[in-house]
Design a protein around this ligand. Sequence first.
Ligand code: NOJ
Length: 514
Amino acid sequence: MATGELAGLRVLAPSSSLSFVAVFLLLLAAAARGGSALTRRDFPEGFVFGAGTSAFQVEGAASEDGRKPSIWDTFTHQGYSADGSTADVSADQYHHYKEDVKLMYDMSLDAYRFSISWPRLVPDGRGEINPKGLEYYNNLIDELILHGIQPHVTIYHFDLPQILQDEYGGILSPRFIEDYTAYAEVCFKNFGDRVKHWVTVNEPNIEPIGGYDAGNQPPRRCSYPFGTNCTGGNSSTEPYIVAHHLLLAHASAVSLYRQKYQAIQGGQIGLTLLGWWHEPKTDTPEDAAAATRMNEFHIGWFMHPLVHGDYPPLMRSRVGARLPSITASDSEKIRGSFDFIGINHYLVVRVQPSDANDQRLRDYYIDAGAQNPFKEGFDKAHFEYHPWALGKMLDHLKLEYGNPPVMIHENGVGDSPEAAGKIDYDDGFRSEFLQSYLEALYLSIRNGSDARGYFVWSLLDGFEFLFGYGARFGLCGVDFTAAARTRYVRSSAHWYSGFLRGGELRPEKPYVSS
Ligand code: NOJ
């Protein structure tokens, strides 16, 4: 992307992905600040900047110290990951957490977003706590606090204990809700004295699609013609049942936290949605309507119940009896069950109406009346990156859902599979990417969105759920060929740290020459 020098502010040239309007607003904003360039001081007081990972993706030590398998261990061990790899060792954060906290400290991060591995902390899914798991997370949290870094903890990030899948079908069963709530309580009770930011569930709006509609992710359930090679399933009903149980589990954990822990511990709790933005593929009213429906199916699926206590009327009318009912008492629990909403923002999905007319065979995409962008796998033709889409997402939350406090919990960019295995220090494309999204975020905040934090995905390279090791997202790299899983600092980490120490978002010269 080209940059230009205008009124003392380096901005994206209009030909790039920021629109003319956005550039104009940035210039106005710069003028209001006396022409100076954007720095972190332009974000609201207390705004949190961090980076994130998740347990399965970086911890490794898969069968050490009492950890038992999750459904993702099973899936990867059966050879189903994109590149046939497993996360048995991955970045080995389990053994390198001190080094990683030091990296965060050197980068001046305010916060680290990580998740707790349920099968490490409570290996049988319920009951006995694993003392070694407890010790590990206590150590990690203490180390963060010692370095002045806030722990932002996700309780569940896709890694369901396999034993619960085997015993009663995992999230498909309402028994999941009780076991999840008990596990969440183990987290509140043991770590809540130091953890003040909790996320109940990561991306409950995509796990049901991968695992139960397309069936290309664990536990690989789907039905013809919506997936192949499945372990059983029903793509017409199960995605909605699984989402329903995730929603109820979230609400149950929040209500427990509010009743027993929040007043004493003084933390905040929310849930994090995947925040793809759906745009019409062409300029037709049909495509525009399809994109609106997809945004409702993607975001409204959870935001509508969280704000209004029931699923969106559009989903009710299109999915009918296959969409579970929310009882009056559940509705009361669900409505308002968040202190903030986390958004993981990456892609713009280009949408066209679905051409499927068969009323007997229906799945999530046909219900939404939109073409399935995953029909041929992860087809890049349907996906784009545009910083303005983050602005549209925040506007949507502001206008449709009462402007909730938002944490941007993930935003970042992976490299190409060809780069895998190479040690690269210069990832200027990543700094450029993050800079343009931070500019878009800044504009949204000026336009009244209540964004309170931003986390780069990710702190360091790890196993990617969609790509294995074939796309690296880290500010810091990991040499996966070295037994010691050596870390190295990329130029984007130097840039982020320069910005976090008060430097300009787009510095004239690199903060540290690489
Ligand atoms: C969302 C998920 O939460 C995270 O686990 C994943 O690695 C990133 N997106 C990148 O695809």
